[in-house]
Design a binder for this molecule. Structure first.
Ligand SMILES: Cc1cc2nc3c(=O)[nH]c(=O)nc-3n(C[C@H](O)[C@H](O)[C@H](O)COP(=O)(O)OP(=O)(O)OC[C@H]3O[C@@H](n4cnc5c(N)ncnc54)[C@H](O)[C@@H]3O)c2cc1C
Length: 423
């Protein structure tokens, strides 16, 4: 008889895969990952990780793979997360410093590939879109859209912002459904060649730091960010524009679409020359309608045997570059909780409670402050009225986020499981 605990992970994005790479190592677990798509994939864009996320990556035994592909800015700017500037005239305001990490960024597809090297494919099932969950006294039944079903002792919903697992978790506790909410912000995205940008900036006689150092250019209801990827050969660009009175997307509007450059350039026509150069270099921009979730009341089902992680639990606006980082922190804590070899089914609700107690307050704080950060960048916050005030505030705004002592949570999680399994 198979006495291993059967753990199902639903969704193979960054969060689900980073967790899977760790849980697959535990001999006392039988882990299966179910992915809706025919294969694992990420979008063609960059992703940036704060010091806390880099630490989480290290805790998840992914450090070597990550550092082999991650970018770090050259000296003397290696500790700079972003330089903050006035987007209308490039005036330098300040820098946020993250010692020893600075701006740590990768191409998303490269990062996913690096995690995949540690995930056994035979335990990953594709084209398995979860439709619904049911619980009996013995197990949880996963019903897929293709008409098949599977059983597990514990289910982890890592199925992103549209999570089917979240719908079940909230309904099981008679909590209202949580739908993604449109933020009123659109993001133009693109990747350009660093050499092209540097050359154009030099020819225009502009400050070369704009090409060499990650930038956040700020303005009214808009901001633009840049950071290097692919060993500095490319620059990832996101240009945001907001109308915060827009609470819903017009019916039928796609969340992501191709957009013509003229539309994007017109939105930033009164911005600095360097911004014009930057945006003109994007060959095929796309535009994204940014959505977030409200802070959930709970991350676990009534039984405590189904939980949420990553965007399924706390999808947030990208203004602190922290969404995936929070999914990675979730994975760190789950990996610590599941390490206990004598785990049994009756202990699983306690495991969920420890996870929720550790993760929910922090993830909610990151969700909240991500939204507020966007408001500050776009001169929408009444607390910071001038560029000078904003620049001053942003120097240390993210210290609490980056310097989080996750080691303390790991120790707490493991101790709690030791106590529970011994009693
Ligand atoms: C413009 C933008 C910029 C960003 N920049 C950053 C950044 O710099 N740094 C950062 O940390 N974060 C950033 N983020 C946030 C980050 O992209 C997300 O937080 C992260 O990718 C979420 O990962 P996830 O694994 O939780 O979910 P997802 O990546 O959404 O993965 C979910 C997976 O579940 C699968 N799935 C969905 N439904 C089902 C189902 N019913 N059954 C089975 N499988 C299912 C999907 O196919 C997918 O593979 C940004 C977001 C945006 C929009």
């Amino acid at each position: 008889m198979n006495k291993k605990l059967r753990v199902a992970i639903v969704g193979g994005g960054i969060a689900g895969l980073a967790l899977a790479a760790n849980l697959f190592r535990y001999k006392h677990l039988d882990v299966i990952l179910y992915e809706a798509a025919p294969q694992f994939s990420e979008i063609g864009a960059g992703i940036s990780f704060g010091a806390n996320a880099v630490k989480a990556i290290e805790c998840l035994n992914l450090a070597d793979a990550y550092h082999a592909i991650a970018d770090q800015v050259n000296e003397p700017f290696q500790d700079v997360w972003f330089q903050w500037r006035n987007g209308y005239n490039d005036e330098y305001l300040s820098s946020s410093i993250a010692p020893q990490v600075g701006q740590s960024s990768v191409h998303r597809a490269d990062f996913l590939d690096s995690i995949l090297k540690q995930v056994p494919r035979e335990q990953c099932y594709f084209n398995k879109k979860l439709a619904s969950l049911e619980e009996t006294a013995e197990h949880i039944i996963l019903n897929f859209q293709d008409g098949t079903s599977a059983h597990a002792d514990y289910v982890i919903g890592a199925d992103g912002i549209h999570s089917a697992v979240r719908a079940y978790v909230l309904a099981s506790q008679n909590l209202p459904t949580a739908h993604p909410q449109f933020s009123g912000t659109w993001a133009y995205r693109g990747i350009i060649q660093y050499q092209d940008f540097k050359q154009a900036i030099e020819q225009a006689g502009l400050d070369v730091q704009i090409a060499d150092v990650p930038q956040m250019l700020l303005g009214k209801d808009k901001h633009i960010l840049t950071f290097p990827i692919r060993r500095g050969e490319q620059i990832n660009i996101v240009a945001f524009k907001s109308d915060r009175s827009q609470k819903t997307l017009p019916q039928g509007t796609a969340w992501t679409q191709a957009v013509d450059s003229q539309t994007m350039l017109a939105d930033f026509a009164d911005w600095s020359e360097s911004c014009q150069i930057l945006l003109k270099l994007i060959e095929k921009p796309t535009i994204w309608a940014l959505h977030e979730l409200a802070e959930l009341d709970s991350y676990q089902s009534a039984s405590g045997r189904v939980i949420l992680m990553g965007d399924a639990a706390h999808a947030m606006l990208p203004h602190q570059g922290a969404g995936a980082g929070q999914g990675l922190e979730d994975a760190v804590i789950l990996a610590a909780l599941f390490e206990q070899e004598s785990l049994t089914i009756p202990v699983l609700p306690k495991l969920s409670q420890v996870y929720e107690d550790l993760r929910k307050p922090r993830a909610c704080q990151v969700q909240r402050t991500s939204r507020e950060s966007g408001e500050i960048y776009e001169l929408y916050s009444s607390d910071y009225l001038s560029f000078e005030q904003i620049g001053e505030h942003l120097i240390h705004r993210f210290d609490w986020l980056w310097q989080y002592p996750i080691e303390r949570d790991i120790v707490f999680a493991k101790t709690q499981m030791n106590i529970q399994c011994a009693s």
